[in-house]
Each structure stands twice: as C-alpha cells, then as structure tokens.
Design a protein around this ligand. Structure first.
Ligand SMILES: [Zn+2]
Length: 113
C-alpha cells in the first residue's frame, strides 16, 4: 500500500483547478509590492491557514484556506485588504481539504498591477 504525499495531493488539486504553485508566500501585501509587517501585519490572523501563492489565468493570487471564519475575523481583513489595493474573492475552490475548507483569494486590483 502506498501512502499519498499530502503535499503532492495538494499540488494535484491545485493543478486540477488551473492553479500553479508559486511559493509558500502567505502575505497578500506582496501582490501589490508592499512588505509583510510581521506580527503587526494584518495577515497575522488565524484565518491565514493553508496559505500559498498561486498563478491562475496568468495572474498571481494569495489563497488562505481556513475551515471556518466569523464576520469578526473577516471584517478587519477585508478592510485592510481594500486599503492596500487588493481585491478579495471568497470561493469554494479549496485546494487543501475540499468539502471542509473554503478559500479566500487576494488579488491585486487592475490599478495596482
Ligand atoms: Zn503580511
């Protein structure tokens, strides 16, 4: 019996969704040329889970894939992302654990790319 490498399975699910793994980068600010601010950064939240940077349709995105989130968790992230010129998409296209996790995608807006 062979064991499945969880990272290989993760990569395979991403590929099925047309997402190319770029890095383990988990700070969305880097998509708009801004620095990660370590423990003071708005990305330092528990919903930044199973995060990666991908390329999809020729554009980079940072995906976070938590199991759940409350409005109190999401609200500050949405506000900070908008202030940094990022667009946020909530999608069911989860690569980590489909059916249990959901995805929050951060993308640079057209004006910031
Ligand atoms: Zn950050």
């Amino acid at each position: 019996m062979t064991r499945t490498d969880p990272f290989a399975a993760w990569d395979a699910r991403a590929a099925e969704l047309g997402m190319k793994f770029i890095s383990d980068g988990r700070c969305p600010r880097r998509l708009v040329g801004k620095r990660h601010r370590y423990d003071k950064c708005w990305c330092a939240t528990w919903i930044n889970d199973h995060a990666r940077t991908y390329e999809r349709h020729g554009r980079r995105l940072v995906a976070w894939e938590p199991y759940d989130a409350s409005p109190a968790d999401l609200g500050p992230v949405f506000a900070a992302a908008a202030a940094d010129g990022l667009r946020v998409v909530i999608t069911g296209m989860s690569t980590w654990n489909p059916g249990s996790t959901f995805a929050i995608w951060f993308k640079a807006t057209e004006a910031t790319t």
